[in-house]
Design a binder for this molecule. Sequence first.
Ligand code: PLP
Length: 472
Amino acid sequence: MMDQDRIERDDFERVAAWIARYFEEPGAYRVFPQVRPGDVIGALPAAAPEHGEPFERIFADFERIVVPATTHWNHPRFFAYFATSAAPVAVAAEALAATLDVKAMLWRTSPAATELEEVTMRWLGRLLGLPKEWTGIIYDTASIAGFTALAAAREALDPTIREEGMPGRALPALRIYITDQTHSHVEKAAIALGIGRRNVVRIECDAEYRMRAGALRARIAADRDAGMKPMAIVATVGTTSTTSIDPVCAIAGVARENEVWLHVDAAYAGIAAIVPEFRSMLDGVELADSLVVNPHKWMFVPMDCSALFVKNEAIVRQAFSFVPEYLTTPDDAVNYMDYGLQLGRRFRALKLWFVLRHFGAEGIRQRLRRHIALAQEFAQWMRAEPHWEILAPHPLSVVCFRYAPPGLGEAQLEARNAAILEGVNATGEVFLSHTKIDGRYALRLAIGNLRTQRSDVEFAWDLLKSKAGVLP
Ligand code: PLP
C-alpha cells in the first residue's frame, strides 16, 4: 500500500540526478519543441485520477510528455525575447525554498525569509550603486513591481483615492508618460489602477528610440495647462524591442521640476549596472522614485524574481497596507504583505542569496561582459556581410537586424524575414524572435544565457545565412 504522504528517498534522488543531467547537457533537446497547439492536452486524460498513481509513472510521463513539449530556455542557443537561464545553484535553492514552503507575508510566518530579503536587497542595491536609504522588495515580475510603483505614485499624488476610489470625472485626469518603446505592462497598470489607457501619453523618441526629455517637459506643461494632473513618468533602461536607454538623468530633472513620480524600468538591462563600465546608464537614478531590475532575466535566477527599489517605502506601505485582525502582530519587524496586493509570498530571496554567494559580484560581471561582447561580435559579422542590415543601436546584448537584399519593398522584406525566422526555429537548433522597429520587421538575437558559447552564436549566424539562401 502506497503511503501518499511521502515519496521514497530514491525518487528524490532520481529527480536530483535528472536535474544534474539536464544541466550537463543543456542542448540535448530541441530548443523549440516539435509540437502543435493541443498536442499536450491530447496526450493527457480528461479527468484527474481517482486514485493515486506511483511516482514512477508520473515521472515517466514528465519525461515522455512534458519535457519534449517544452521550449528550453536553458538551451545555449535560445536567443529569443530576452535570453535567460537558471543557474543550477539557484535551482537547488528553489527546491529548498519549496521544501520549507513558507508564506513570507509576516515576519513571524518566516523570519529567515523576511530578513534574507532585506539583506539580499541591500546587497543588490549596493551593487547597483543605489542610495543606501532606498528599500528593496522582491515581487514575482517587473509587471507587478511596475504596477506597485504606479500605485505608490497615485498614493503620493492623492491619498484620498485609497478611501474614495476614482470617482471618474470629478477628478482631473491623472497622466502617465512613456514612449512607444515602453513595455506594455505600464498600460495594463493604468487600466487596473483606473487611470485609463487614454491617460498614458507616449512621448516622442529621438533617432535612437530614447525618450526626448524636452518633449516630455513640454507635454507635462501642456497637460497642466489643460487641467490634468501629471502622476508618473516611466523611463526605460533597456527597452524590450531594441534595448535603447532613456536618458534617466535628464528625465529625472523634468520629474523633479514637476514633482512627478519617476519609475525606472530596467527589468532586463539594470543588472548590467553592476558592471562599472555600464553603470552610467543609471546615472541620475538617485533622483528617481523607484527602479525595477529582474534577477530572473539576466542574473541567472530562475523565474520568478523581480527587485523593486523605492526611495520612500512608506508610500508603498501607505498604498497597500491593510491588516485584518487575524494578521496583526506585536513584532517590531518588516511584514512584506504590507507592500503589495499579495498576502502569501514565495521565499524568493533564498535563490538570490545562493546566486550572489555562488558567483560573487565579479562572477556575474564577467558573464555579463561576455554576453555583451558576443552580441557586439555578432553585429560585426553582420556588418561585414552584404545585404544584412542592423536596425537599431545595440548597446548591450541584443541585436535587431534583417536580411535586406536589394529590390524588395517593405512587405516583401517582412515576408522574407518572417520566413527566415520560421525556417530557423523549425530546425529546433536555434530559437529567435522578432519585433517591429519604426514599422520595419526585425529579427532579434538576444544573448543572456549562462551556457551560450561563441560557437553557439556562430552556429546561429550560419543558420541565418543558410535560411536566407546565402549559404548552402
Ligand atoms: N519591462 C521590460 C523593459 C521588459 O522587457 C519586460 C519583459 O520583457 C518587462 C518589463 C516585463 O517583465 P516581467 O515578465 O518580469 O513582468
